[in-house]
Design a protein around this ligand. Structure first.
Ligand code: IPD
Ligand code: CA
Ligand code: CA
Length: 258
């Protein structure tokens, strides 16, 4: 299943890359002007589910574009066929495919593939995390002022600006720098391999997080909610870090909460 996740993530990622600049239909989701979906998102998800179904016909799926099904299966594949759709539609080469697999509700396999850089991040529960086959681990940065952080904003940021922006302002004042890349799955993998030291976001979906959270944890990173409590990929908010910076990041988040 690990090999299948990896192979299918690469295949779907190559499909995305081939289609940069060829998007024909852009729709708005859930009545939100900025929440885009293209025919490429949908086709990539169809491809992924088709490949997995061919091998494991009885498994369940939770895909961003096709939703979920629930059967008696103990396996559930959690799929974001294109994480970074806004970037993709603008030709900004920061997007990826994310495929996670749960067994009895526990994350077991994660594969995130970035076709632009040909980077495959992957992990199997208990076996470490890898970038193109080489083991990765989180950074050792221990001072916030030396940290490079990343965040993201939900599509309803305009309605929740009061809640979301104070954290951004506060981290700007405390960290070495703060980035906003537009692909939560890559943000997670970049913390896992030490490019970023920490990442927070207030409203993600399970398909944004499934693969990346396993990769992050297998690389030695820490994952909680924004108040420091243990979290899951179904709880929307997320704070991840290299561990050493976690408490310092929680302090900053606390200050920004009303
Ligand atoms: C989005 C990206 C973005 C994050 C948003 C997500 P999508 O996913 O991961 O970085 O800030 O919250 O919805 O829509 O490009 O798959
Ligand atoms: Ca996503
Ligand atoms: Ca997506």
């Amino acid at each position: 299943m690990y090999k299948l996740a990896v192979d299918v993530a690469i295949e779907a990622g190559k499909f995305l890359r081939m289609n940069v600049g060829k998007v024909k239909h852009i729709e708005r989701k859930q009545g939100q002007e900025t929440n885009l979906v293209t025919e490429i998102d949908k086709k990539a998800e169809e491809l992924i589910i088709r490949r997995i179904r061919n091998r494991y016909g009885s498994h369940d799926f939770l895909g961003e574009e096709s939703g979920g099904n629930q059967s008696a299966s103990e396996y559930r594949w959690i799929i974001d066929p294109l994480d970074g759709t806004t970037n993709f539609t603008h030709g900004l080469p920061i997007y990826c495919v994310s495929i996670g697999l749960e067994f009895r509700g526990e994350l077991r396999v994660g594969a995130v593939y970035d076709p632009t850089l040909d980077e495959l991040f992957s992990a199997e529960k208990g076996k470490g995390a890898f970038l193109n086959g080489k083991r990765i681990s989180v950074s050792t940065t221990s001072k916030l002022v030396e940290s490079l952080l990343v965040t993201g904003f939900p599509y309803d940021v305009r309605e929740n600006a009061d809640k979301l922006l104070p954290h951004f302002n506060n981290f700007l004042m405390e960290a070495q720098a703060v980035r906003r890349l537009g692909s939560a799955a890559l943000d997670l993998c970049y913390v896992a391999c030490g490019r970023f030291d920490g990442f927070w976001e207030a409203a993600l979906n399970p398909w944004d997080m499934a693969a990346g959270v396993l990769i992050l944890e297998e690389a030695g990173g820490k994952f909680t909610d924004l108040r420091g409590f243990p979290s899951t990929i179904y709880r929307k908010e997320l704070l991840v870090s290299n561990g050493a910076l976690h408490d310092q990041m929680l302090e900053v988040l606390k200050r920004g909460m009303k």
